[in-house]
Structures are given as structure tokens and as C-alpha cells.
Design a binder for this molecule. Structure first.
Ligand code: FAD
Ligand code: NAP
Length: 543
């Protein structure tokens, strides 16, 4: 559809997930005109697209919510420890209605290009409807996990059955009753959906390339008092979360080396945290993320749990992760994942040394020639994470510099907020910020607040251009890499490092220094007059 409108705003926000919606609200309240452009036909982002069975948050609902408005927290009642996708989506829709956000959102519209004009210090934003918006401030709230990735295997389009990607699930749902189903992948999306699909399907075959570490959710219904207590203290709790390492409260950190205690004590501590469920195990000892021997104790504990739960010893061994340290790929939080492999209608096929060679019209074929037939294939194969959504847009900064060229060897940002050479463009939870290593709601609010405060600061001083200084960006990129190298994280072939996308530069993308230290650094930068950024007035005025 082409409308050829020319539309002028102070700011354009791309994306109507948690980040875009809060950014819209903050800018509107600060008196900036703003338009959100969203590819989907409604709000929700991640929770609009990922409607696969079993989808839930892995950060507890009471923390995986906005914290900026105590009234909102009082008005919305979460029902479970880990909310389901439909409940989270209802919450986001409630937020959009409550603050009347939809009137400033252009739905079903994809941003295809954004070009900066030096002379006017403005961006022109092009869409797939033929619109050309102009704005001073371009805010990319495009999501870190919003570009689903299917495997580079021939024949995907030739499959005659039903094909689904967890990250683009049909809105009307899928009924697998009586069907032979394949799930490809064993990351968080697979681990959540496999138990539910197994209960429905006649037969389920899980194709696993790399086993993942998963911990039980021990999900439960929240009672009135738990919810009310958080609602009453939401602002205080959110402020506290911003001082923690992952933006998560309630994970008691045991400041002791895993190697400094006896085997019995270690086991007791891991058992205690396994019983709590969720990410509690992450705080068991202080050196699991940095010392390989300490890490191995956690890894072996989870393997022992897998062997306890899964009855068939061969399947149990195949499910045990061995070739990367515990926690260096996103830890999965499950409801009866390992137990599912005790069902007679579920089979695990390891494709580690025998990859999928081809998707055939009837199913798939492995490299050794083994053939399988299916009625449906579920691709739980992840995302082109962190940079994917940004690089799909033809973004051109100063002097026509393309973001694709600038990031040819991996993303480079200052604080994950701006890219040198791309004035007036901000990335919410961009690479180089804690982002996906944190409770995203905490990181999103911290970024949106910082950006809004920054724009108010510039307006008060009649400044029209802000751009990361190249030297500040270089120093930040070095720091992000140095901190990552102090940990075991870069040892895993994870999506954090781009390893899941062939040809993607191998760079550890999020900042692992912690939400608390990071937020403090951002606040200091602002307090020092936006140190490391170059600020200037309207180009016409400075001539
Ligand atoms: P998104 O929600 O991804 O929204 C980005 C929006 O931008 C999308 O709607 C997309 O359509 C739109 N967009 C992108 N490009 C364009 C374009 N060119 N033009 C127009 N629109 C565009 N994080 C946690 O902290 N805890 C969790 O429990 C958790 N669970 C998750 C579960 C799943 C299944 C997934 C995939 C991710 C999960 N995450 C979780 C991460 C999650 O992505 C964030 O928590 C959060 O929802 C991100 O919000 P966002 O607004 O930044 O991005
Ligand atoms: P993912 O973690 O990247 O997992 C993708 C899976 O597909 C991996 O097991 C991967 O194997 C496999 N795979 C990819 N390409 C393949 C191929 N060609 N052949 C065989 N297997 C292939 O993706 P995800 O599960 O969608 O999760 C992504 C992130 O989203 C999570 O890490 C998390 O941050 C978030 N998320 C959170 C939740 C939650 O619990 N709230 C749920 C879903 C997602 P390899 O490991 O070998 O590459």
C-alpha cells in the first residue's frame, strides 16, 4: 500500500513493544511530538509475535512489569509466578489503552530505511507503505529478539505439511492433536513448548543440536498479598532493581567460592536453589561465571538432576550439556521439560554429529540418510539477535555512512545508546548495554528515562544534535569486550556472540558489567553534561 504521506514529528519511535510504548508515553508527557511505527497490527512486540504453546516470562511476573507508575501496578493483578504470553499481552494492551497510546501508533507498517540529513540535522524515515516521515530524534525500539531465524537447510519451502516458527506463531493457535510433529531446536522457546506439544501430538520428535541447561520454574498461583505488597512498593523496588547486577530482586547472592566448600555443602546449596526454582541457582556461589572449575560443579549438579529425572539413560546423557560452561547460554526455565522425555510418544534425536541435510516434502533427512515423516515442523531455532532488526533497515548516518558498513565487524556503540556517525539516533537496549543479560523491563525503563531526560536537556539549551564521540565509543567498546573476557561467557557458541547466524561477526554483544554499575555510569555521563557525546545547536543556527 502506498500513501506517499510526508509527516513531520519531533521523534519517530520504531517498535511498539514494552520499549516503544514507554518511550512514547515519556515523550508525549515531556511535550515532544512522537509517532510509533510498528510492523505488527497491534502492540506487544515479543509478546505479540511469540504465541507458541507454553510461552511465558522467565523473570517473575511481579518484576517483569513496568515500574514507572504505582497506580498501574495497583490496577493490574498478575495471577502466576511466571505469567503466560496471553496474560503479558493483555497487560501490554491494558497499558496501551490506559495511557491512550494507540492514537500515536502507525500499525502494520515496516520501517525500511532511515537516512540522516546533515544540513537539517533531521532523519527521514521510509516505510513499506511509501510514507516518508521526518524527525529530529530517531528512537530504535526494534527489539533484541524480534527477527526470527530459520535454519540454513535446503527444502524448507518444499515441505508439504504445516511449518511454524515459535517467533511468528499463528494468532489463531495450532492444534497438534493426532499429528506427528517435529521440533527443531532446544533453546528456551523449545523447552517451553515441547511439554505442551507432547501432550497434544500423537508423536513428537525433538531434534537437538546442542543440549541446554534448564532449571525448574516451580510455577504457582500468586496470592493477593504477594501481588499487593509489590504493587504498594513498586517505585522503591524498581529503584532497587536498578542497583543490582541483573535487574532482578530476591536472588540471594552467596558470596563464597564453589570451590571453598565441601561437596556436601555445595550440593545442599544447589539443591536448595533448585527447589526455589528459576534463576535462584545463579546466585549459589560467587565464581560460577568466572572460574571453570567452579562452573563445572554447577554444570554437573544440573546433569545429575537430568539423570535423576529422565528414565532412559541414553536419552538422559544426550540431554546433558557438556561443551560450554553452565549459564553462558541463557539458562532456560521450564515446566516439566526433562520429564517430557519419559513419555512414550516423545523421542530425542541428537543431530550434533549428524545434522539435518534437507527438509523434504514429507519431513526431513539427516546427513547419514535417515528419513523422518511429519505432519508439522516447529522451528524453535531462535533469532538474529540484538543487531538483526537494526541491520534489516537501511540506516544511513552522517555523510551517508551505512550502519551495515559501520558494523561490518560487529556492533559498536557508546553505552549501547548511540552510534558514532549516527547523530540523534538512539537504540533502546542496544548492543553494548546490559539488555538481554538483565530483566529487560528494568533496562528498558532505564534507557527510556535516560533518553527522555537527555532530549529535555538538549531542548532547554537550544541544542539540536547529539552524537557519540568516536573516542568515547572506542573506549566503551574496549571496556565491553574486556569485561566479557573476564567471564566464561565468550566460550559458548551463543546468540550473545552471534554464533547462531552463519557469517555474523563473533562479538560479545551485551554489556556484562551489570545493570547497577551501568546505570550509574549512564547517570554520571548525564550529570557531566553528556560526557562523551558531542552536542551542537541547529546546523542553520551554528553557521
Ligand atoms: P520487542 O518486544 O521485540 O518489540 C520490538 C517491536 O519492533 C516488534 O513489535 C517489531 O515488530 C517492531 N519492529 C522491529 N523492526 C521493525 C521495523 N523495521 N519496522 C517496524 N517495526 C519494527 N526478557 C526478560 O527480561 N524476561 C523474560 O521473561 C523474557 N521472555 C522472553 C520470551 C520470549 C519468547 C522472547 C522472544 C523474549 C523474551 N524476553 C524476555 C526478551 C524480550 O524481548 C524483552 O523482555 C522485551 O519484551 C523486549 O521489548 P522491546 O520493546 O524492546 O522489543
Ligand atoms: P535459541 O536460544 O537461539 O535456541 C535456538 C535453538 O535452535 C538452539 O537449540 C539451536 O541449537 C537450534 N538451532 C538453530 N539452528 C539450527 C539448525 N540449523 N539445526 C538444528 N538446530 C538449530 O532461541 P530461542 O529458544 O527462541 O530463545 C532465544 C532467547 O529468547 C532466549 O535465550 C531468551 O533470552 C528468550 N526467550 C525467553 C523465554 C522465556 O523463558 N521467557 C522463552 C523463549 C525465548 P544450537 O544451540 O546448537 O545453536
Amino acid at each position: 500500500m502506498t500513501s506517499n504521506q510526508s509527516l513531520e514529528f519531533d521523534s519517530i519511535i520504531v517498535g511498539a513493544g514494552f520499549a516503544g510504548l514507554y518511550q512514547l508515553l515519556r515523550l508525549r508527557r515531556a511535550g515532544f511530538s512522537a509517532r510509533v511505527i510498528e510492523a505488527g497490527d497491534n502492540v506487544g512486540g515479543t509478546w505479540y509475535w511469540n504465541r507458541y504453546p507454553g510461552a511465558r516470562c522467565d523473570i517473575e511476573s511481579l518484576q517483569y512489569q513496568y515500574g514507572f507508575d504505582p497506580d498501574l501496578a495497583r490496577e493490574w493483578r498478575w495471577t502466576e509466578r511466571y505469567a503466560t504470553q496471553p496474560e503479558i499481552l493483555r497487560y501490554i494492551e491494558f497499558v496501551a489503552d490506559r495511557y491512550d497510546l494507540r492514537r500515536d501508533i502507525q500499525f502494520s507498517t515496516r520501517v525500511t530505511a532511515a537516512h540522516y540529513d546533515d544540513a537539517s540535522a533531521r532523519w527521514t524515515v521510509h516505510t513499506d507503505r511509501g510514507d516518508a516521515y521526518t524527525c529530529r530524534w530517531l528512537i530504535m525500539a526494534t527489539g533484541c529478539l524480534s527477527v526470527p531465524k530459520t535454519p540454513e537447510v535446503p527444502g524448507i519451502d518444499a515441505f508439504e505439511g504445516e511449518s511454524y516458527h515459535t517467533g511468528a506463531w499463528p494468532h489463531e493457535g495450532v492444534d497438534f492433536t493426532g499429528k506427528r510433529v517435529a521440533v527443531i531446536g532446544t533453546g528456551s522457546s523449545a523447552i517451553q513448548s515441547i511439554p505442551i506439544i507432547a501432550r497434544q501430538a500423537e508423536h513428537l520428535t525433538v531434534f537437538q543440536r546442542t543440549p541446554n541447561f534448564s532449571v525448574p520454574a516451580h510455577n504457582y498461583l500468586l496470592d493477593e498479598s504477594q501481588w499487593q505488597e509489590v504493587a504498594a512498593r513498586i517505585a522503591e523496588l524498581r529503584a532497587e532493581a536498578r542497583t543490582t547486577s541483573a535487574g532482578i530482586l530476591g536472588i540471594e547472592l552467596n558470596d563464597v567460592s564453589a570451590l571453598a566448600v565441601s561437596e556436601e555443602e555445595r550440593r545442599r546449596e544447589f539443591e536448595r536453589r533448585w527447589a526455589i526454582g528459576g534463576f535462584a541457582i545463579g546466585g549459589a556461589f560467587n565464581d560460577v561465571a568466572i572460574n571453570l572449575d567452579a562452573n563445572e560443579t554447577a554444570a554437573e549438579f544440573v546433569r545429575s538432576k537430568i539423570r535423576e529425572i529422565v528414565q532412559d539413560p541414553e536419552t538422559a546423557e544426550a540431554l546433558c550439556p557438556r561443551d560450554y560452561p553452565f549459564g553462558t547460554k541463557r539458562l532456560c526455565v521450564d515446566i516439566a521439560y526433562y520429564e517430557t522425555f519419559n513419555r512414550p510418544n516423545v523421542k530425542l534425536v541428537s543431530i550434533r554429529d549428524n545434522p539435518i541435510a534437507e527438509i523434504t516434502p514429507k519431513g526431513l533427512r539427516l546427513q547419514d540418510g535417515t528419513e523422518f515423516e511429519f505432519d508439522a515442523i516447529v522451528y524453535a531455532t531462535g533469532f538474529d539477535a540484538m543487531t538483526g532488526a537494526l541491520l534489516r533497515i537501511d540506516i544511513r548516518g552522517r555523510n551517508g555512512l551505512a550502519l551495515r558498513d559501520k558494523w561490518e565487524h560487529g556492533p559498536r556503540t557508546y553505552l549501547g545508546l548511540q552510534v558514532a556517525g549516527f547523530p540523534n539516533m538512539f537504540t533502546i537496549t542496544g548492543p553494548g548495554s546490559p539488555s538481554v543479560l538483565s530483566n529487560m523491563l528494568v533496562s528498558i525503563e532505564q534507557h527510556v528515562d535516560w533518553v527522555t531526560d537527555c532530549l529535555e536537556y538538549l531542548r532547554e539549551r537550544d541544542l539540536a544534535v547529539i552524537e557519540a564521540a568516536p573516542a568515547a565509543e572506542d573506549a566503551w567498546v574496549d571496556h565491553v569486550n574486556q569485561v566479557a573476557d573476564l567471564t566464561l561467557y565468550p566460550r559458548a557458541n551463543s546468540w550473545y556472540i552471534g554464533a547462531n547466524v552463519p557469517g555474523k561477526p563473533r562479538v560479545f554483544m551485551p554489556y556484562i558489567g551489570g545493570v547497577g554499575l551501568y546505570a550509574q555510569k549512564c547517570a554520571e555521563v548525564a550529570a557531566n553534561g553528556y560526557e562523551g557525546f558531542l552536542l551542537s545547536p541547529e546546523p542553520a543556527l551554528s553557521r
